[in-house]
Ligand binder design. Structure first.
Ligand code: NAP
Length: 370
């Protein structure tokens, strides 16, 4: 028995790669026990994200070449099924984007954290070598995460947050916003930049809009027309269709130029060459996802003759999450909470997330009524 928590808890456990049936709800899963520098957190809400979907389906495997569908993938291999290219061990509790309260601590952790409402920094580090990218893991992938009533984590990943936002709203931020901020850092986005954002209605895309605007850059969103109202409310300066027939002319009509200085992409797929074609000489392309498909056709002449810079953005350096918590506390960014579901309905929540009729993010809460 852990102080402050029962011996067992409700949890959704991933049993193996495959379809949604691999996510199984348990009423009596063992509650984790914090040791050493760990803290035990009572989870209030946990956001959904594509890493969980892609890990479940093994989409990260090199055997897969299509976009994310959320269904079981026959061509996927188990040996390279995670974001980091390694196998995952089962059973695994997924869920990275936790908002909760610290209820107990290991013998080496700070007792003053007990009772604090916290967010969890999702990138796990070797704290003896925190800048070594090879030694990083992801919460809910390389260890158990937050689709459960309780979770444990080293206290160095825990950030108390002082905010009037609800638990569910706070659970929309971690993965999407820290990824978006890292992308903008990688592309050195600053005032005066024009940032083209495919997938702008999604979690990362809507965060990119806000965080680009926060830097006084111009945010040019690309999104399905049914989602334009919410994309506008996120602060987009310009909104274009998901795949304009003539992107150059669309840009010319809206910003007076056929080119942009930065593309911040999480979509990829068949429209990718059109995107690269509007990147100005000396422009920067940063990428953190490929939801429409990872295989794209690239003309290397465009890349080198136009002096482009390409950056990948996945593991987020120390310090960026703390910056994000500051933005939240000062009200500089806002959550886009599309819906909440009760934990036991995670399968249905993830299906809604995959269907992509929403804008922003979907969250499960530990309240059985959702
Ligand atoms: N590298 C990292 O650390 C990291 C972190 C977070 C996310 N990601 C990746 O980034 C991608 C986006 O993540 P997210 O959380 O922003 O996703 P999301 O919330 O699911 O949003 C993705 C958006 O992409 C647009 N889209 C365009 N073409 C699409 C297609 N063929 N299929 C589905 N959606 C399409 C959709 O908007 P419209 O309908 O408006 O076009 C959708 O709202 C995912 O692949 C995810 O795995 C990577």
């Amino acid at each position: 028995m852990t102080a402050g928590a029962p011996e067992t808890m409700r949890a959704v456990v991933l049993k193996g790669h495959g379809g949604l049936e691999q996510l199984q709800f348990h009423e009596d899963w063992p509650t984790p026990v914090p040791t050493g520098g760990d803290v035990l957190i009572r989870v209030h809400a946990c956001g959904l994200n594509n890493t969980d979907v892609n890990t479940r389906t093994a989409w990260y495997s090199k055997g897969v070449s299509g976009g994310t569908t959320g269904g079981a993938l026959d061509s996927a291999g188990d040996d390279d099924a995670t974001w980091g290219g390694a196998p995952i061990t089962f059973p695994r509790i997924q869920g990275a984007d936790v908002c909760g309260t610290v209820v107990s601590v290991g013998e080496k952790a700070d007792r003053k954290l007990i009772g604090r409402r916290v967010l969890i920094e999702t990138w796990l580090r070797d704290w003896n070598d925190p800048l070594n990218l090879e030694k990083c893991g992801y919460f809910g992938s390389e260890c158990d995460g937050g689709f459960a009533e309780y979770t444990k984590i080293d206290q160095r990943h825990v950030h108390p947050v002082d905010s009037g936002l609800s638990d569910a709203e706070l659970a929309t931020f971690a993965t999407s916003y820290v990824t978006a901020e890292n992308m903008l850092n990688r592309a050195n986005v600053s005032a005066g930049d024009t940032v083209l954002i495919p997938g702008a209605s999604g979690g990362v895309g809507s965060a990119l809009i806000q965080l680009a605007r926060r830097r006084n850059a111009t945010a040019i969103a690309m999104a399905s027309e049914s989602k334009w109202e919410q994309v506008r409310s996120a602060g987009a300066d310009v909104i274009l269709p998901r795949a304009p027939a003539d992107l150059k002319t669309a840009l010319k009509n809206h910003i007076g130029s056929e080119t942009v200085s930065v593309i911040a992409d999480v979509v990829g797929g068949s429209n990718w060459p059109d995107l690269i074609d509007v990147l100005a000489r000396g422009g920067r392309y940063t990428c953190a996802g490929a939801i429409a498909g990872p295989m794209v056709k690239m003309d290397l002449r465009t890349f080198y003759l136009r002096d482009l810079t390409f950056t990948g953005a996945t593991i987020v350096p120390p310090g960026v999450f703390a910056d994000l918590v500051g933005y939240i506390e000062r009200g500089e960014i806002k959550p886009l909470l599309a819906a909440t579901w009760p934990l036991q309905e995670l399968r249905a929540a993830q299906q809604a997330f995959i269907d992509k009729k929403h804008t922003g993010n979907i969250v499960v809460t530990m309240d059985p009524s959702g």
